[in-house]
Design a protein around this ligand. Structure first.
Ligand SMILES: [Cu+2]
Length: 324
């Protein structure tokens, strides 16, 4: 092999390493839920898919074994649920997943109105490619009419308890949560944050890894916060590494598309319009007078300037309300 060939081979290898780095081989796997509905109006069955993969990129893998799956009801009691095996199709092919279904419990007080926390615990799974062993404990809050129970604890070994009510949120809200390990606040823990995109809807090309999976840490009381800057489903995962196993508490948060539009406040426009009408009348008066008194020319110029200012203000308000 001549020198040139060796050089070419070396450049190809270097290019491959760079590419592997960019495409994010190191991006995080998460177990996550996809319920039919995040906010229920009727006491009907809510089907929940349970998927293992990269929620941002829409890449799915065969799901790890579930040890327990259930729902914490608004009164704090638990029902376990049974899983059905399903197949989901992601960006890079299909994978085994699960489905569970729950219905609000109408035998409870207030006909079962309140918050239902779906939770699932998984067996530890070693992922060769990423040289990590993950053991996930996932939860998500589904709202059914009443607002009691969203802060209930599931009692999972690793758990994120929301301090901000995790629904009725619009983009721009700040989310605050607390991480518990064995029921005690976990200080200085890493919390990863990643948005879910339906298959085929992620940015193409993908942004760099730090923009796909964000990270923050818990304070001395196990508390963390971050901004929900887009509508959709968010996956947050707190990690505690014990005996080389990454034990994770995962909480999902749903952010509404947009809040319904309120009535437009037109009071400022109305006030300026009436001012404009008054000024126009004065101009008309002055025009009559200027034919006889030349000194009033200055007053006329001042009034015209005032009218222009009011028109600019009106244009500003119109632009502002359009933006909303
Ligand atoms: Cu991964």
């Amino acid at each position: 092999m001549n020198k040139k060939a060796i050089k070419t081979e070396a450049s190809i290898l270097l290019a491959m390493f760079i590419l592997i780095g960019i495409t994010g081989i190191g991006s995080a796997h998460f177990n996550f839920f996809l319920p039919d509905e995040w906010s229920m109006d009727t006491s009907t069955a809510n089907e929940v898919e349970i998927i293992w993969g990269h929620p941002y990129e829409g890449i799915y893998f065969d799901a790890p074994t579930i040890t327990e799956v259930g729902v914490v009801k608004p009164d704090g009691t638990k029902d376990t649920l049974s899983t059905t095996a399903i197949t989901v199709t992601g960006e890079e092919g299909s994978a085994s997943a699960y489905k569970v279904s729950f219905t609000p419990d109408e035998t409870l007080d207030d006909s079962g109105r309140g918050d239902y926390i779906i939770y699932a615990d998984f067996e530890a799974l070693h992922v060769e490619d990423e040289e990590v062993t993950w053991e996930d404990h996932v939860k998500a809050i589904v709202h059914y009419k009443g607002s009691t129970g969203w802060d209930h604890k599931t009692g999972q070994i690793m758990e994120i308890v929301p301090l901000t009510r995790p629904y009725g949120l619009e983009e721009g809200f700040v989310f605050v949560g607390q991480v518990l390990y064995n029921g005690n606040p976990l200080a200085d823990a890493s919390v990863e944050i990643e948005k879910y995109y339906p298959v085929g809807e992620a940015l193409d090309p993908l942004p760099e890894e730090p923009m796909i999976t964000r990270e923050t840490k818990t304070d001395a009381n196990g508390v963390f916060s971050f901004t929900l800057d887009e509508p959709g489903i968010w996956v947050t995962a707190a990690t505690n590494t014990v005996n080389e196993v990454d034990i994770r508490g995962i909480l999902q948060i749903y952010v509404e598309e947009t809040f319904p539009e309120g009535k437009t406040d037109t009071s400022a426009i109305d006030a300026l319009s009436s001012q404009l009408a008054t000024l126009s009348d004065k101009v008309a008066d002055l025009e009559e007078q200027t034919s006889t008194v030349g000194d009033n020319m200055y007053a006329l110029v001042a009034l015209v300037i005032a009218i222009i200012a009011v028109l600019i203000a009106l244009a500003g308000i119109a632009k502002g309300s359009k933006k909303k």
